[in-house]
Every structure is written in structure tokens, then in C-alpha cells.
Design a protein around this ligand. Structure first.
Ligand code: C2E
Ligand code: CA
Length: 409
């Protein structure tokens, strides 16, 4: 039974429906479920324009599958391409198997799908899905806050130098040869043990502590690079920079000076930034990135495919590497949607002369799929999990001794 006054928080909805009567029914239904804004579009094209124009994503998009011109399936694909974060409810009079396939396809394109309803859309049919969506949102927020460490503890952790650096190897997917490492921050918490970045990096960013923490990581990594060099190893190393640091245009000079002090070349280092990081404070970010590049550092676009990268973004920033997000890589073998997306990304990387790196190689099949698609380098649990800096030389010896210089066919 739909309550007359819904207790669910208000939400913003977009209804995509070409039939006037059906559209009015859907608008009435979302309103009685608590929508404070109910925009509507009569075609796929009109809907895409509304999705792209909205600065705050719609909470819910109710999408008819059968539309004139650009149909519902094409619309879902295009919405996926833009990185749309809205939750989708599919509406149709097609049989359940078609709806299930459309749901699966939309998820494959990276969209969040709450479920499907049969037309006509009524409040009674919509209500359980709106509740499910809001329960999912709440659980997600709860999980995020549960996981996050308190700011005062993070501050203390930095002061007491409890931060540590782990590295994860990257290898050439065609030959198996070791190709470098990514440095990843860890916190050795005295009571909770080893903590992953998801529990403290967002806190550092919010509290203005990320610059200090990053410099500590860079210094510790450089120190280790010097030791590796003494053992005859010149290991290409990647470092993650958060968006907050890109507005500091003096950072390339500072890191460059640290390297010069110990006689290491910037060419050995790659700076990883996410797609969205490059979109805030555009002019300053561009200056910082250009300065890094001019000093000889490599520049990598991290988690490629999950943000809002556009051609402009890729061409105006002097990237040298594209890191493909693991959501496209892990389990991609035989998944046509994923392999098509991978093929497109790798083709773009080749055209822009970027080194391609696949994250999340978890199985032999993942490796083989990416190697067959021509990806240059791979990183993931199948190769090695992140490990303490000091463990790398041993891992390296073992990896080389096992003679994996052939793809693991
Ligand atoms: P990222 O840059 O995408 O780093 C890769 C993450 O994937 C790492 O998680 C790594 O442990 C994990 N991973 C590696 N191989 C696999 C695999 O085969 N399967 C799966 N499921 N996961 C794999 P980690 O170390 O927890 O880091 C999470 C994120 O934290 C990083 O994502 C990066 O965005 C951020 N981060 C880490 N260190 C730093 C840092 O020093 N500064 C900043 N700003 N961010 C950092
Ligand atoms: Ca990274």
C-alpha cells in the first residue's frame, strides 16, 4: 500500500516517455512517492540533453525502453558514456526477459539500475523501488562513515609517523617482464592494524592533511629508490596525487628538488591523477601538470573510464599513460560489453601514444584478455598484491627466476 504522505526523503526525478498519457501517469506516480522535481522528456535526444545539462544528477530516471529515434537502449549506453550517476528504473511493456537483458546491459555500461516496472507506471509499483533505492543510499552513507577514521586520530597518525608505503608491481603483459611499481599509502594503526587508504585519505583531504602525508610518502619512496639503485635496480615508480594538490603549482619544483638531492631522474617517476581531479581548478591543475611533464615526470590518467574524461581533457593535458579502471578488467574474459569498452579505450590510448596499464588483473584469463587486446602493462592480485617497500627486491628476484617472460598462455 502506498502511504498518502510518503516518509521517504524528497528526490529529483526525470521521466522519459513519448506517450502523453503514460507520461502524465508516471509524473503523478513519482510525485506521490515524494519527488520534489519531476522533469520529463518525450524522446531519447531530449532526455540526454537534460541529463548532460543538469549540474546535480537526477536521483531517479524512469526510462521507457521504446522511444522514437534514439531508443531506450541507446540512451542507456550514452548515459553510461557520460558517467551518469543517477539511479535508473526501466519501464516497459516488453516481456520480463527483455527487461532483464536491458537491466544487465545498463549495469554493464556502468549505470546504477534499481529495477524495472511494467507500464503503466503507478505509485504502487514505484514505491518499493524508491524505498529500495533510499535504503541502498543510506547503507552506502553509513558504510562510508563507519569506515572513515576520525580526523583527530588521522592527525595523530601523521604526527607519530605511522604512515607507511606499500608498492604493487606492474608487468609487461606481452612478455611478463617487470615494469615498475605503484606506491600506495598505508597506515600502521597501533590498535587497528594495517589500514587501507579508503579509511583515511578522504579525511586527510577534507582536513588539509593530504599535502603533508603525500610528501611523507614521496620522501619514503625516494629513500627506498636510492636503496634499490644501490642494488642495481632502477625501478619506474608511480605516485598518486589527489585533486587537492594540483592547485599547488610549486609541487613539481619541490618533488624535483628532493630527487635532485639524491641524484634520481624524474623520468623514473609517474604522477597518477584521476580524471575528475583534472577538472577542478582547471588552469592551476594544468600548470602543475605541465610543470611535472616539463621536468620529465610521466603523467598517468588514473581509473580511466569511471570519470568524465573527454577528448578535450585527454588532449589538453600532456598525459603519457592511461590506467584502465579495474571494473572493466577483472572478469572481462568473454564479456562482450567489457571487451568492447576495453578495445575502444586501448585504441584511444594507442592513437594518443599513451602507455596503457590495466588495473585489477586477478586471473590468468584477465591477463590473457588484456594481452590479446594489446594492452601494454598490467597490475593486480594475479601478478602480486601491494607489499611493503622492503619486500620488493625478493619478489622481483622470484618473479624473474620463475621466467614469466612469456604471456601466461
Ligand atoms: P588506485 O590508484 O586505483 O589503486 C589501486 C587499488 O587497487 C589499490 O587499493 C590496490 O590495492 C587495489 N588493487 C590492486 N590490484 C587489485 C586487484 O587485482 N583487484 C582488486 N579488486 N583491487 C586491486 P588501495 O591500496 O586500497 O588504494 C585505494 C586508492 O587509494 C587508490 O586507488 C588511490 O586512489 C588511493 N591512494 C593510495 N595511495 C595514495 C596516495 O599516496 N595519495 C593519494 N592521493 N591517494 C592514494
Ligand atoms: Ca593509482
Amino acid at each position: 500500500m502506498v502511504p498518502s504522505k510518503p516518509s521517504a526523503p524528497p528526490f529529483r526525478a526525470l521521466i522519459i516517455e513519448d506517450d502523453d498519457l503514460q507520461r502524465d501517469a508516471s509524473i503523478a506516480a513519482v510525485r506521490s512517492c515524494g519527488a520534489i522535481l519531476a522533469r520529463d522528456a518525450a524522446s531519447g535526444r531530449e532526455a540526454m540533453a537534460a541529463i548532460v545539462a543538469e549540474s546535480m544528477p537526477f536521483d531517479v530516471i524512469i526510462c521507457d525502453l521504446k522511444l522514437p529515434g534514439m531508443d531506450g537502449l541507446e540512451l542507456l549506453r550514452r548515459a553510461g558514456d557520460t558517467g551518469c550517476r543517477s539511479a535508473f528504473i526501466l519501464a516497459s511493456s516488453f516481456e520480463p526477459s527483455v527487461l532483464r537483458a536491458a537491466e544487465e546491459m545498463a549495469r554493464g555500461y556502468g549505470l546504477r539500475v534499481v529495477g524495472a516496472v511494467e507500464k503503466p507506471v503507478t505509485a504502487r509499483k514505484l514505491w518499493p523501488l524508491i524505498l529500495r533505492l533510499q535504503a541502498q543510499d543510506l547503507a552506502e552513507v553509513q558504510e562510508r562513515t563507519d569506515r572513515m577514521m576520525p580526523a583527530s586520530e588521522v592527525r595523530r597518525g601523521i604526527e607519530q609517523r605511522q604512515l607507511d608505503v606499500f608498492v604493487q608491481p606492474k608487468v609487461n603483459l606481452q612478455t611478463g617482464a617487470f615494469a615498475g611499481v605503484e606506491a600506495l599509502m598505508r597506515w600502521r594503526h597501533p590498535k587497528r592494524g594495517l589500514l587501507n587508504p579508503a579509511t583515511f585519505i578522504p579525511v586527510m583531504e577534507e582536513e588539509g592533511l593530504i599535502a603533508q602525508a603525500t610528501l611523507m610518502l614521496v620522501e619514503a619512496t625516494i629513500f627506498e629508490c636510492v636503496r634499490w639503485r644501490k642494488q642495481g635496480l632502477a625501478i619506474p615508480t608511480s605516485i598518486n596525487l589527489s585533486a587537492h594538490l594540483l592547485s599547488d603549482t610549486a609541487l613539481p619544483d619541490r618533488i624535483g628538488a628532493l630527487l635532485a638531492d639524491v641524484g634520481l631522474e624524474p623520468q623514473l617517476f609517474t604522477i597518477e591523477v584521476t580524471e575528475t581531479a583534472t577538472m577542478t581548478d582547471v588552469a592551476q591543475s594544468l600548470e602543475t601538470l605541465a610543470r611535472f611533464r616539463m621536468k620529465g615526470f610521466g603523467l598517468s590518467i588514473d581509473d580511466y573510464g569511471t570519470g568524465f574524461a573527454c577528448m578535450k581533457q585527454l588532449t589538453r593535458i600532456p598525459f603519457t599513460e592511461m590506467k584502465i579502471d579495474r571494473i572493466f578488467v577483472t572478469g572481462s574474459a568473454g564479456q562482450k560489453v567489457l571487451t568492447d569498452l576495453l578495445e575502444t579505450s586501448l585504441d584511444l590510448a594507442r592513437r594518443l601514444a599513451l602507455t596503457s596499464v590495466a588495473e585489477g588483473i586477478e586471473t590468468r584469463e584477465d591477463w590473457q584478455t588484456l594481452a590479446d587486446l594489446g594492452c601494454d602493462l598490467g597490475q593486480g592480485y594475479f601478478i602480486a598484491p601491494p607489499m611493503p617497500l622492503a619486500s620488493l627486491p625478493d619478489w622481483h628476484r622470484q618473479w624473474s627466476a620463475e621466467d614469466r617472460r612469456v604471456s601466461p598462455r
